[in-house]
Design a protein around this ligand. Structure first.
Ligand code: ZN
Length: 377
Protein backbone atom coordinates (compact mmCIF):
# COMPACT_ATOMS: atom_id res chain seq x y z
CA UNK A 1 0.00 0.00 0.00
CA UNK A 2 2.86 2.30 -0.75
CA UNK A 3 1.40 4.62 -3.36
CA UNK A 4 -1.62 5.99 -1.66
CA UNK A 5 -0.90 9.68 -1.30
CA UNK A 6 -3.54 12.14 -2.49
CA UNK A 7 -1.97 12.62 -5.93
CA UNK A 8 -1.72 8.87 -6.56
CA UNK A 9 -5.26 8.30 -5.37
CA UNK A 10 -6.55 11.06 -7.60
CA UNK A 11 -4.79 9.37 -10.52
CA UNK A 12 -6.43 6.06 -9.64
CA UNK A 13 -9.81 7.76 -9.41
CA UNK A 14 -9.29 9.49 -12.75
CA UNK A 15 -8.37 6.20 -14.41
CA UNK A 16 -11.37 4.52 -12.79
CA UNK A 17 -13.83 6.98 -14.29
CA UNK A 18 -13.25 5.32 -17.66
CA UNK A 19 -14.14 1.89 -16.27
CA UNK A 20 -17.01 0.06 -14.66
CA UNK A 21 -17.15 -2.57 -11.94
CA UNK A 22 -14.37 -5.02 -12.76
CA UNK A 23 -11.99 -2.41 -14.13
CA UNK A 24 -12.43 -0.23 -11.09
CA UNK A 25 -12.01 -3.16 -8.76
CA UNK A 26 -8.76 -4.01 -10.52
CA UNK A 27 -7.47 -0.45 -10.19
CA UNK A 28 -8.27 -0.44 -6.49
CA UNK A 29 -6.69 -3.83 -6.08
CA UNK A 30 -3.52 -2.55 -7.72
CA UNK A 31 -3.48 0.30 -5.22
CA UNK A 32 -3.74 -2.26 -2.45
CA UNK A 33 -0.98 -4.46 -3.94
CA UNK A 34 1.22 -2.07 -5.90
CA UNK A 35 3.77 -4.66 -6.93
CA UNK A 36 1.42 -7.19 -8.45
CA UNK A 37 0.70 -7.63 -12.16
CA UNK A 38 -2.88 -7.57 -13.41
CA UNK A 39 -2.80 -11.26 -14.31
CA UNK A 40 -1.58 -12.17 -10.87
CA UNK A 41 -4.33 -10.16 -9.22
CA UNK A 42 -7.00 -11.73 -11.43
CA UNK A 43 -5.87 -15.23 -10.55
CA UNK A 44 -6.39 -14.73 -6.82
CA UNK A 45 -9.44 -16.17 -5.08
CA UNK A 46 -12.15 -13.54 -4.85
CA UNK A 47 -11.92 -13.35 -1.06
CA UNK A 48 -8.21 -12.57 -1.32
CA UNK A 49 -9.03 -9.47 -3.36
CA UNK A 50 -11.81 -8.50 -0.96
CA UNK A 51 -9.40 -8.82 1.98
CA UNK A 52 -6.91 -6.59 0.15
CA UNK A 53 -9.63 -4.03 -0.54
CA UNK A 54 -10.84 -4.04 3.08
CA UNK A 55 -7.24 -3.47 4.17
CA UNK A 56 -6.88 -0.59 1.70
CA UNK A 57 -10.16 0.86 2.83
CA UNK A 58 -9.10 0.75 6.49
CA UNK A 59 -5.80 2.40 5.63
CA UNK A 60 -7.48 5.20 3.69
CA UNK A 61 -10.69 5.87 5.55
CA UNK A 62 -10.45 4.16 8.92
CA UNK A 63 -12.13 1.25 10.62
CA UNK A 64 -15.69 2.43 10.69
CA UNK A 65 -17.85 1.97 7.63
CA UNK A 66 -21.09 3.86 7.35
CA UNK A 67 -23.52 2.07 5.14
CA UNK A 68 -27.07 2.49 4.12
CA UNK A 69 -29.71 0.17 2.78
CA UNK A 70 -33.43 0.22 2.19
CA UNK A 71 -35.82 -2.06 4.00
CA UNK A 72 -37.04 -4.64 1.50
CA UNK A 73 -40.48 -4.71 3.14
CA UNK A 74 -41.41 -1.09 3.87
CA UNK A 75 -38.75 0.93 2.06
CA UNK A 76 -37.44 2.58 5.21
CA UNK A 77 -33.99 4.08 4.66
CA UNK A 78 -31.56 2.56 7.13
CA UNK A 79 -28.11 3.85 7.97
CA UNK A 80 -25.74 2.07 10.26
CA UNK A 81 -22.09 1.72 11.16
CA UNK A 82 -19.96 -1.32 10.62
CA UNK A 83 -16.75 -2.10 12.39
CA UNK A 84 -14.50 -2.90 9.45
CA UNK A 85 -11.66 -4.33 11.51
CA UNK A 86 -12.90 -7.88 11.15
CA UNK A 87 -14.26 -7.72 7.64
CA UNK A 88 -12.32 -9.33 4.86
CA UNK A 89 -11.02 -12.58 6.30
CA UNK A 90 -8.52 -14.13 3.94
CA UNK A 91 -9.39 -17.52 2.45
CA UNK A 92 -7.80 -20.48 4.08
CA UNK A 93 -4.82 -21.91 2.30
CA UNK A 94 -6.02 -24.88 0.32
CA UNK A 95 -4.11 -27.99 -0.63
CA UNK A 96 -5.80 -29.25 -3.74
CA UNK A 97 -9.42 -28.86 -4.70
CA UNK A 98 -12.40 -28.66 -2.36
CA UNK A 99 -14.71 -31.65 -2.33
CA UNK A 100 -18.43 -32.03 -1.86
CA UNK A 101 -20.31 -35.33 -1.58
CA UNK A 102 -24.05 -35.21 -1.90
CA UNK A 103 -26.13 -38.27 -2.71
CA UNK A 104 -24.65 -40.04 -5.72
CA UNK A 105 -22.53 -37.03 -6.61
CA UNK A 106 -18.95 -36.26 -5.68
CA UNK A 107 -17.72 -32.93 -6.97
CA UNK A 108 -14.26 -31.44 -6.69
CA UNK A 109 -13.82 -27.74 -7.36
CA UNK A 110 -11.57 -24.80 -6.72
CA UNK A 111 -12.44 -21.40 -5.33
CA UNK A 112 -13.57 -18.86 -7.94
CA UNK A 113 -10.99 -16.28 -8.85
CA UNK A 114 -11.54 -12.71 -9.96
CA UNK A 115 -11.03 -13.85 -13.55
CA UNK A 116 -13.71 -16.54 -13.09
CA UNK A 117 -16.24 -13.96 -11.96
CA UNK A 118 -15.47 -11.70 -14.89
CA UNK A 119 -15.75 -14.59 -17.35
CA UNK A 120 -19.06 -15.70 -15.84
CA UNK A 121 -20.44 -12.19 -16.07
CA UNK A 122 -19.36 -11.92 -19.70
CA UNK A 123 -20.89 -15.28 -20.51
CA UNK A 124 -24.22 -14.05 -19.19
CA UNK A 125 -24.04 -10.76 -21.01
CA UNK A 126 -23.28 -12.52 -24.29
CA UNK A 127 -25.74 -15.35 -23.94
CA UNK A 128 -28.75 -13.57 -22.61
CA UNK A 129 -28.96 -10.17 -24.16
CA UNK A 130 -29.61 -9.20 -20.59
CA UNK A 131 -26.95 -7.13 -18.98
CA UNK A 132 -25.16 -8.34 -15.94
CA UNK A 133 -26.43 -5.29 -14.13
CA UNK A 134 -29.97 -6.45 -14.74
CA UNK A 135 -28.98 -9.90 -13.64
CA UNK A 136 -27.59 -8.46 -10.45
CA UNK A 137 -30.74 -6.51 -9.87
CA UNK A 138 -32.85 -9.60 -10.29
CA UNK A 139 -30.57 -11.49 -8.01
CA UNK A 140 -30.99 -8.97 -5.27
CA UNK A 141 -34.73 -8.87 -5.75
CA UNK A 142 -35.06 -12.64 -5.63
CA UNK A 143 -32.97 -12.88 -2.55
CA UNK A 144 -35.02 -10.13 -0.96
CA UNK A 145 -31.76 -8.30 -0.59
CA UNK A 146 -29.72 -5.58 -2.11
CA UNK A 147 -26.30 -4.03 -2.14
CA UNK A 148 -25.57 -1.63 0.66
CA UNK A 149 -24.35 1.80 -0.25
CA UNK A 150 -21.65 3.96 1.22
CA UNK A 151 -22.88 6.97 3.08
CA UNK A 152 -21.23 9.67 1.06
CA UNK A 153 -18.57 11.94 2.37
CA UNK A 154 -18.10 10.33 5.74
CA UNK A 155 -14.35 10.29 5.38
CA UNK A 156 -14.10 14.05 5.24
CA UNK A 157 -17.27 15.30 6.82
CA UNK A 158 -17.55 13.38 10.06
CA UNK A 159 -15.86 14.04 13.35
CA UNK A 160 -14.02 11.03 14.68
CA UNK A 161 -15.66 8.64 17.08
CA UNK A 162 -13.98 7.94 20.40
CA UNK A 163 -12.05 4.93 19.18
CA UNK A 164 -12.05 5.65 15.51
CA UNK A 165 -9.11 4.15 13.71
CA UNK A 166 -8.53 6.99 11.34
CA UNK A 167 -7.12 6.41 7.93
CA UNK A 168 -4.66 8.38 5.88
CA UNK A 169 -7.28 10.52 4.30
CA UNK A 170 -9.29 11.20 7.37
CA UNK A 171 -7.71 14.42 8.48
CA UNK A 172 -10.53 15.05 10.88
CA UNK A 173 -9.05 12.64 13.30
CA UNK A 174 -5.95 14.72 13.88
CA UNK A 175 -5.64 16.30 17.30
CA UNK A 176 -7.27 19.67 17.44
CA UNK A 177 -8.99 19.22 14.14
CA UNK A 178 -12.42 19.14 15.66
CA UNK A 179 -12.48 22.87 16.06
CA UNK A 180 -11.95 23.26 12.38
CA UNK A 181 -15.02 21.35 11.40
CA UNK A 182 -17.96 23.29 10.28
CA UNK A 183 -16.42 24.00 6.95
CA UNK A 184 -18.71 21.37 5.55
CA UNK A 185 -20.98 23.96 4.08
CA UNK A 186 -18.02 25.28 2.20
CA UNK A 187 -16.59 22.04 0.93
CA UNK A 188 -19.68 19.85 1.04
CA UNK A 189 -19.80 18.86 -2.58
CA UNK A 190 -22.56 16.30 -2.37
CA UNK A 191 -24.13 17.51 -5.55
CA UNK A 192 -21.02 16.83 -7.56
CA UNK A 193 -21.00 13.13 -6.93
CA UNK A 194 -24.68 12.50 -7.44
CA UNK A 195 -24.26 11.71 -11.09
CA UNK A 196 -22.13 8.70 -10.28
CA UNK A 197 -24.80 7.21 -8.12
CA UNK A 198 -23.85 4.75 -5.52
CA UNK A 199 -23.70 1.03 -5.70
CA UNK A 200 -25.30 -1.71 -7.64
CA UNK A 201 -25.04 -0.16 -11.06
CA UNK A 202 -21.60 -1.45 -11.78
CA UNK A 203 -22.84 -4.21 -13.96
CA UNK A 204 -20.38 -6.98 -14.38
CA UNK A 205 -19.13 -6.89 -10.84
CA UNK A 206 -22.50 -8.09 -9.65
CA UNK A 207 -21.61 -11.74 -10.05
CA UNK A 208 -20.11 -12.69 -6.76
CA UNK A 209 -20.08 -16.39 -6.40
CA UNK A 210 -21.85 -19.69 -6.45
CA UNK A 211 -24.36 -18.51 -3.91
CA UNK A 212 -25.33 -15.41 -5.81
CA UNK A 213 -28.70 -16.53 -7.02
CA UNK A 214 -30.64 -17.71 -4.03
CA UNK A 215 -28.35 -16.06 -1.60
CA UNK A 216 -29.01 -18.63 1.08
CA UNK A 217 -25.73 -18.21 2.78
CA UNK A 218 -25.69 -15.99 5.77
CA UNK A 219 -23.32 -13.39 7.02
CA UNK A 220 -20.97 -15.69 8.84
CA UNK A 221 -18.13 -13.60 7.57
CA UNK A 222 -19.30 -10.50 9.38
CA UNK A 223 -18.70 -11.11 13.04
CA UNK A 224 -18.88 -7.58 14.33
CA UNK A 225 -21.79 -6.12 12.47
CA UNK A 226 -22.76 -3.81 15.30
CA UNK A 227 -26.43 -3.09 15.49
CA UNK A 228 -27.28 -5.84 13.09
CA UNK A 229 -28.85 -9.09 13.92
CA UNK A 230 -26.43 -11.89 13.28
CA UNK A 231 -27.34 -13.59 10.07
CA UNK A 232 -26.64 -17.06 8.88
CA UNK A 233 -29.23 -18.93 10.88
CA UNK A 234 -32.00 -18.18 8.45
CA UNK A 235 -29.91 -19.73 5.73
CA UNK A 236 -31.71 -22.51 3.89
CA UNK A 237 -35.05 -21.41 5.28
CA UNK A 238 -35.81 -18.73 2.78
CA UNK A 239 -35.10 -20.74 -0.30
CA UNK A 240 -38.35 -22.13 -1.57
CA UNK A 241 -38.60 -24.43 -4.54
CA UNK A 242 -40.51 -21.71 -6.35
CA UNK A 243 -37.66 -19.28 -5.96
CA UNK A 244 -35.22 -21.83 -7.30
CA UNK A 245 -37.40 -22.61 -10.31
CA UNK A 246 -37.75 -18.98 -11.17
CA UNK A 247 -34.05 -18.43 -10.69
CA UNK A 248 -33.23 -21.08 -13.27
CA UNK A 249 -34.51 -18.82 -15.98
CA UNK A 250 -32.56 -15.79 -14.90
CA UNK A 251 -29.26 -14.45 -16.01
CA UNK A 252 -28.01 -14.78 -12.47
CA UNK A 253 -28.58 -18.52 -12.59
CA UNK A 254 -26.71 -18.67 -15.90
CA UNK A 255 -23.88 -16.75 -14.30
CA UNK A 256 -23.65 -19.23 -11.49
CA UNK A 257 -23.65 -22.15 -13.92
CA UNK A 258 -20.90 -20.51 -15.95
CA UNK A 259 -18.92 -20.06 -12.77
CA UNK A 260 -19.43 -23.69 -11.75
CA UNK A 261 -18.34 -24.91 -15.17
CA UNK A 262 -15.11 -22.96 -14.81
CA UNK A 263 -14.36 -24.00 -11.24
CA UNK A 264 -15.45 -27.62 -11.04
CA UNK A 265 -12.43 -29.86 -11.47
CA UNK A 266 -14.08 -33.27 -11.52
CA UNK A 267 -17.48 -34.89 -11.11
CA UNK A 268 -18.17 -38.47 -10.05
CA UNK A 269 -21.64 -39.92 -10.23
CA UNK A 270 -22.18 -43.17 -8.32
CA UNK A 271 -18.42 -43.54 -8.15
CA UNK A 272 -17.88 -43.23 -11.91
CA UNK A 273 -16.02 -40.23 -13.26
CA UNK A 274 -17.77 -37.99 -15.76
CA UNK A 275 -15.54 -37.79 -18.86
CA UNK A 276 -13.83 -34.47 -19.45
CA UNK A 277 -15.74 -33.79 -22.66
CA UNK A 278 -19.05 -34.11 -20.84
CA UNK A 279 -18.03 -32.30 -17.70
CA UNK A 280 -19.56 -28.93 -18.60
CA UNK A 281 -22.95 -30.50 -19.35
CA UNK A 282 -22.85 -32.51 -16.14
CA UNK A 283 -21.93 -29.48 -14.07
CA UNK A 284 -24.69 -27.37 -15.60
CA UNK A 285 -27.17 -30.09 -14.72
CA UNK A 286 -26.09 -30.68 -11.13
CA UNK A 287 -29.09 -30.94 -8.80
CA UNK A 288 -30.00 -27.95 -6.70
CA UNK A 289 -28.92 -29.68 -3.49
CA UNK A 290 -25.44 -30.30 -4.88
CA UNK A 291 -25.11 -26.72 -6.07
CA UNK A 292 -26.15 -25.52 -2.66
CA UNK A 293 -23.54 -27.69 -0.99
CA UNK A 294 -20.92 -26.29 -3.37
CA UNK A 295 -21.96 -22.74 -2.48
CA UNK A 296 -21.77 -23.54 1.22
CA UNK A 297 -18.36 -25.17 0.90
CA UNK A 298 -17.06 -22.19 -1.09
CA UNK A 299 -18.46 -19.83 1.52
CA UNK A 300 -16.74 -21.69 4.32
CA UNK A 301 -13.42 -21.77 2.51
CA UNK A 302 -13.59 -18.16 1.35
CA UNK A 303 -15.96 -16.21 3.59
CA UNK A 304 -14.85 -12.77 2.43
CA UNK A 305 -15.85 -13.48 -1.16
CA UNK A 306 -19.46 -12.73 -0.40
CA UNK A 307 -20.11 -10.57 2.65
CA UNK A 308 -23.83 -10.31 3.23
CA UNK A 309 -25.45 -8.39 6.04
CA UNK A 310 -28.81 -9.12 7.56
CA UNK A 311 -30.29 -5.83 8.59
CA UNK A 312 -33.37 -5.58 10.80
CA UNK A 313 -35.60 -2.64 9.97
CA UNK A 314 -36.19 -0.38 12.96
CA UNK A 315 -39.56 0.67 11.57
CA UNK A 316 -41.22 -2.64 10.68
CA UNK A 317 -38.89 -5.30 12.08
CA UNK A 318 -38.43 -7.10 8.77
CA UNK A 319 -35.00 -8.47 7.91
CA UNK A 320 -33.32 -7.31 4.74
CA UNK A 321 -30.34 -9.04 3.23
CA UNK A 322 -27.78 -6.61 1.92
CA UNK A 323 -24.61 -7.48 0.16
CA UNK A 324 -21.50 -5.53 1.05
CA UNK A 325 -19.49 -5.19 -2.14
CA UNK A 326 -16.27 -3.64 -0.92
CA UNK A 327 -15.01 -2.73 -4.39
CA UNK A 328 -18.14 -0.70 -5.16
CA UNK A 329 -18.25 0.72 -1.67
CA UNK A 330 -14.63 1.81 -1.75
CA UNK A 331 -15.03 3.25 -5.22
CA UNK A 332 -18.00 5.33 -4.08
CA UNK A 333 -15.97 6.63 -1.16
CA UNK A 334 -12.97 7.39 -3.31
CA UNK A 335 -15.18 9.13 -5.84
CA UNK A 336 -16.70 11.32 -3.17
CA UNK A 337 -13.31 12.04 -1.62
CA UNK A 338 -11.78 12.94 -5.00
CA UNK A 339 -14.55 15.36 -5.94
CA UNK A 340 -14.34 17.04 -2.56
CA UNK A 341 -10.58 17.29 -2.91
CA UNK A 342 -10.79 18.81 -6.38
CA UNK A 343 -13.17 21.42 -5.04
CA UNK A 344 -10.67 22.17 -2.25
CA UNK A 345 -7.95 22.57 -4.87
CA UNK A 346 -10.16 24.87 -6.87
CA UNK A 347 -10.98 27.07 -3.87
CA UNK A 348 -7.41 27.25 -2.60
CA UNK A 349 -5.93 27.81 -6.03
CA UNK A 350 -8.39 30.63 -6.59
CA UNK A 351 -7.73 32.18 -3.22
CA UNK A 352 -3.95 31.79 -2.98
CA UNK A 353 -2.73 31.07 -6.47
CA UNK A 354 -1.16 27.79 -5.38
CA UNK A 355 -0.67 24.96 -7.85
CA UNK A 356 -2.42 21.62 -7.59
CA UNK A 357 0.73 19.76 -6.46
CA UNK A 358 1.32 22.39 -3.79
CA UNK A 359 -2.22 22.06 -2.51
CA UNK A 360 -2.14 18.27 -2.58
CA UNK A 361 1.08 18.36 -0.58
CA UNK A 362 -0.74 20.08 2.29
CA UNK A 363 -1.95 17.86 5.09
CA UNK A 364 -5.73 17.51 5.27
CA UNK A 365 -5.63 19.52 8.48
CA UNK A 366 -3.84 22.48 6.92
CA UNK A 367 -5.98 22.31 3.83
CA UNK A 368 -9.07 22.54 5.94
CA UNK A 369 -7.64 25.35 7.99
CA UNK A 370 -6.89 27.43 4.93
CA UNK A 371 -10.37 26.73 3.63
CA UNK A 372 -11.78 28.03 6.92
CA UNK A 373 -9.79 31.18 6.49
CA UNK A 374 -11.06 31.61 2.96
CA UNK A 375 -14.61 31.19 4.18
CA UNK A 376 -14.07 33.71 6.97
CA UNK A 377 -12.44 36.20 4.68
ZN1 ZN B 1 -39.15 -1.94 7.19
Amino acid sequence: MGNTGPAELLAIWEAGLAHHGPGRALLLHRAARPGAAAGELRSLPVGEREADLYALRRALFGERMQVRAECGACGEAMEFDLDARHLGVRPRGQDGPLRVEEGEWTVEFRLPTVADLEAAAHAVAEAGGQTAAEAGGQTAAEAGGQTVAAVGGQAVAEPPGPSDGDGLLDGDGLPGADGLLGADGLVGADGLSDAEGFLGADGLSDVHGFSDVEGFLGADGTPDAGGLSGAGGDAAGDTSADTADTAETTAAARARRALLVRCVVSVHRSGRPVPADRLAVAVAGLPEAVQRRLAEAAERADPAADVTLNVTCPACGAATRAELDIASYLWAELDHWARDLLLDVHLLATAYGWSEPQILALSPLRRRYYLELCADG
